[in-house]
Design a protein around this ligand. Structure first.
Ligand code: APR
Ligand code: ZN
Length: 265
């Protein structure tokens, strides 16, 4: 493990344009369960996964009903407002602060990267604390719509003040297209990077899992995984190497070593 951490620190120091990709695994040390790990939400409740697969269809068919259901039952991730970032999130924020990490592209809707101080952040699957117009992709803070009042006045779903489109939570549901602004920017960054640090994802959900392949196809890129278990990226040789273990511990160690190397540089 130590030799891989030193190798990663050297690779990161030698990079000119490093980006990070993250998944639910980076937030488990903050107390949010992942999906497909040994104690993941889908692993423990396959019925919930089947229901999640139908969510977007249900929304398109009956946005009013979808909002009424949402008002009466909390999402499968529970209340995220009190959750705090962990050393894994802070390590990536530090790598950005010292000028090495250019972007973090996350699948997580928990806003923990933002809370940890990451500035250049692409939320590929949206943000649980935001709403979005499905027509013009304008995003809104929940406080901008009094959904309970709209429900009382039988005026659901909320409508976009810009284009009149239907408003949905910003979290991207299975089968829902990734908002074009985030999808395009993420693709551009995957094409541009010369180092990709992939943290805490099983890398099985597309189109996000395509991003490492985009970078690999372009070539001249170092792809490093930090994950509790190997993934299809490991098996197929898309990644150069995996550091198997906890993101909180490993990313903190890598930053320590990067700082030592920077000090010597
Ligand atoms: N450190 C390192 N790896 C971890 C840790 C940890 N502390 N905790 C869990 N892991 C690993 C798990 O072993 C698993 O391989 O992180 C991975 C998490 O994978 P998933 O649960 O599949 O989460 P993710 O890849 O983010 O899922 C993608 O699927 O359900 C949808 O929209 C949801 O964004 C999500 C998408
Ligand atoms: Zn709109």
């Amino acid at each position: 493990m130590e030799d891989l951490i030193l190798r990663a620190a050297k690779d990161i120091m030698n990079s000119k344009y490093a980006i990070a990709l993250t998944g639910a695994g980076i937030s488990t040390e903050s107390g949010i369960p992942d999906f497909r790990g040994p104690s993941g939400i889908w692993t423990k409740n396959p019925e919930a996964e089947r229901r999640a697969y139908r969510s977007y269809e249900r929304f398109l068919a009956d946005p009013k009903g979808w909002w009424e259901e949402r008002l009466s039952s909390p999402g499968f991730l529970g209340d995220l407002s009190k959750v705090k970032p962990n050393p894994g999130h802070y390590a990536l924020a530090q790598l950005e602060k010292i000028g090495i990490l250019k972007w973090v592209i996350t699948q997580n809707v928990d806003a923990l990267h933002e809370k940890a101080g990451t500035q250049n952040l692409l939320e590929y699957h949206g943000n649980a604390f935001k709403l979005r117009c499905i027509s013009c992709i304008a995003r809104f803070k929940p406080g901008e719509f009094d959904v309970k009042k709209l429900a009382k006045e039988d005026k659901l779903p909320p409508r976009c003040p810009k284009c009149g489109g239907v408003i949905k939570s910003d979290g991207v549901a299975f089968g829902e297209p990734i908002p074009a602004d985030v999808a395009d920017k993420s693709y551009t960054e995957a094409l541009r990077c010369d180092l990709m640090l992939i943290c805490g994802t099983s890398a099985v959900v597309y189109p996000f899992a395509e991003l490492p392949r985009v970078a690999r196809r372009r070539g001249n890129v170092v792809i490093i995984e930090v994950n509790a278990e190997p993934t299809p990226l490991t098996m197929s040789g898309i990644s150069d190497y995996i550091i198997q273990g906890k993101t909180g511990e490993i990313l903190s160690r890598i930053v320590e070593e990067v700082k030592k190397l920077k000090g010597k540089a």
